[in-house]
Design a protein. Structure first.
Length: 275
């Protein structure tokens, strides 16, 4: 987030590693966890919603085809924006609080919940849903590629319950799914972060998505849309490897319980992403 929104005229960070060093030096290791309250509050519901909607949508579509995998994932991505957008707004505001050009003598927000409450009181529902359209544009195709990639990877690697290497294969498939999903819509994420950060410190720069794209490109060129990509991909692999592997292994375990003994025999992971 800090790399995505920093000023081109007075950049605070030269890159991912320099940003990491600067945060620890100036704000201690706790600075790396600014805004953690927001994901802690929202990610449980987001993942439950995403995997639930994706699985049910795929069953409703009938056939397990690559197109249907993409459509089911896209539906899940679109619906979870309701929670994702306010969550990321609070996270962005908390992460920018007290840094560089956004540095203030007094902290505006005590925590993520306090941040959302204050934004709501000042700007209403429109305020806490700032960046909703860009979030929707990012998440809808991104989750389509997310589930499609996982399905293709697990099929290609032959992930079956009796395989002794099933866990490493699931971790690798999940990690690659995260990378592909972020690469597919990353420029939109940069725009989303800039729109949600806009107005911090009392300065408003953008009138909307197109205005943000135009001004960002005019000032910094096409490279602006890759700002922070390295740190995002470094995060994406382990996070999504853990997410997909945990969900899959948990459901494999549940399938082995009494309530699923009447299922037909065969490999458990025939349709990994629609478990």
């Amino acid at each position: 987030v800090r790399l995505q929104v920093q000023s081109v005229e007075k950049p605070l960070y030269r890159g991912t590693f320099h940003c990491f060093q600067s945060i620890i030096k100036q704000e201690s290791a706790f600075g790396l966890y600014k805004g953690i309250g927001s994901p802690m509050m929202g990610l449980t519901f987001i993942n439950a919603l995403v995997f639930g909607v994706q699985g049910n949508t795929l069953r409703a579509l009938g056939k397990d085809t690559p197109l249907n995998q993409f459509l089911a994932g896209s539906a899940a991505g679109a619906i979870q924006c309701i929670i994702c957008c306010p969550m990321e707004l609070a996270k962005t505001r908390m992460q920018l609080q007290g840094t560089g050009e956004y540095k203030l003598k007094m902290k505006n927000y005590k925590n993520s919940l306090d941040c959302l409450i204050k934004i709501y009181r000042k700007e209403g529902l429109r305020g806490i849903n700032r960046g909703m359209v860009s979030t929707f544009i990012r998440e809808t195709p991104s989750f389509g590629f997310y589930f499609l990639t996982y399905d293709c990877m697990t099929r290609y690697l032959g992930c079956e319950a009796e395989d002794s290497y099933v866990i490493p294969k699931l971790l690798f498939s999940g990690g690659m799914s995260g990378i592909v999903s972020w690469l597919s819509t990353y420029p939109v994420d940069v725009i989303k972060s800039r729109l949600q950060a806009d107005g911090v410190g009392g300065v408003t720069q953008y009138n909307g998505i197109l205005d943000c794209i135009r001004k960002s490109y005019h000032e910094e060129g096409w490279r602006v849309f890759t700002r922070g990509l390295t740190s995002t991909l470094l995060r994406a692999f382990p996070v999504n490897a853990a997410t997909f592997a945990t969900v899959t292994v948990f459901l494999m375990y549940m399938r082995s319980e009494d309530n699923l003994r009447e299922c037909e025999p065969g490999p458990v992971i025939q349709q990994p992403s629609s478990l």
